[in-house]
Design a protein around this ligand. Structure first.
Ligand code: ACO
Length: 156
C-alpha cells in the first residue's frame, strides 16, 4: 500500500470511498476546496492495482488566528477489505505531520460518533487524542459526537 498526497485526479475515487463507508457525505466541490486550499493535508492509500482504498481529508480551522493554527480532520475512511492493516493510522499521521510542519499547527481536532468503536480506538488509543467535549445531536440522525483533540507537543 502506498500513502501519497491526493491530487485532483483522486477526488472522485475519494468521494466514492466516502459514500461506501460513511453516512456523512459531501459535494464534490468540498473535496476540491480541501485539495486546492490545503493540498498537503489530504492523502490517499493506493493499492498495487491503483485502486484508492482509503483517504483522509484534512483542513485548517478557518476561524483560528494565524498564531494559533489548528488542524481538523474532516473525514477518514478505509474500504472494508483493507481495514485493520494500519492504513488509517498512517493516513492520519501523514496529515497531522503536515499540519505541524507546513502550517505550524499546534493541534488537530475531529468529530466522531459515540458508537464508532473502531474510530474511537484509532483516535484515543492508537493516536492519543483526548475527548474535548460531547456535542449533543451533532449528526443528522441525532447521534452525539465526541469532539476530540490532540496536541502535537504533549506539553501544550
Ligand atoms: N474495533 C476495535 N479496534 C479497531 C477496529 C475495530 N473494528 N478497527 C481498527 N481498530 C484498531 C486497530 O486494531 C488499531 O489498533 P492498534 O493501534 O492498537 O493496533 C487501530 O484501531 C488503528 O487501526 P487501523 O488499521 O489503522 O484502522 P483501519 O485502517 O482499519 O481504519 C477506520 C479505521 C478508518 C475507522 C475504518 O474502520 C473505517 O473506514 N470505518 C468506517 C468509516 C469511519 O468510521 N471513519 C471515521 C469516521 S470519524 C471522521 O471521519 C473524522
Amino acid at each position: 500500500i502506498t500513502i501519497r498526497q491526493a491530487t485532483a485526479h483522486d477526488l472522485v475515487a475519494m468521494q466514492n470511498c466516502n459514500l461506501m463507508n460513511l453516512p456523512e457525505n459531501y459535494q464534490m466541490k468540498y473535496y476540491y476546496y480541501h485539495a486546492m486550499t490545503w493540498p498537503q493535508l489530504t492523502y490517499v492509500a493506493v493499492a498495487p492495482s491503483g485502486e484508492v482504498v482509503g483517504y483522509v481529508l484534512g483542513k485548517l480551522d478557518e476561524e483560528a488566528p494565524a498564531d494559533d493554527m489548528n488542524g481538523h480532520i474532516t473525514s477518514l475512511a478505509v474500504l472494508r477489505t483493507w481495514r485493520r492493516l494500519g492504513i488509517a493510522a498512517r493516513l492520519m499521521r501523514q496529515s497531522m505531520l503536515a499540519m505541524a510542519e507546513v502550517f505550524n499547527a499546534k493541534r488537530c481536532s475531529l468529530h466522531v460518533r459515540q458508537s464508532n468503536a473502531a474510530a474511537l480506538h484509532l483516535y484515543r488509543d492508537t493516536l492519543q487524542f483526548n475527548v474535548e467535549k460531547i456535542e449533543e445531536n451533532y449528526y443528522a440522525d441525532g447521534e452525539n459526537a465526541y469532539s476530540m483533540r490532540k496536541y502535537f507537543n504533549p506539553e501544550d
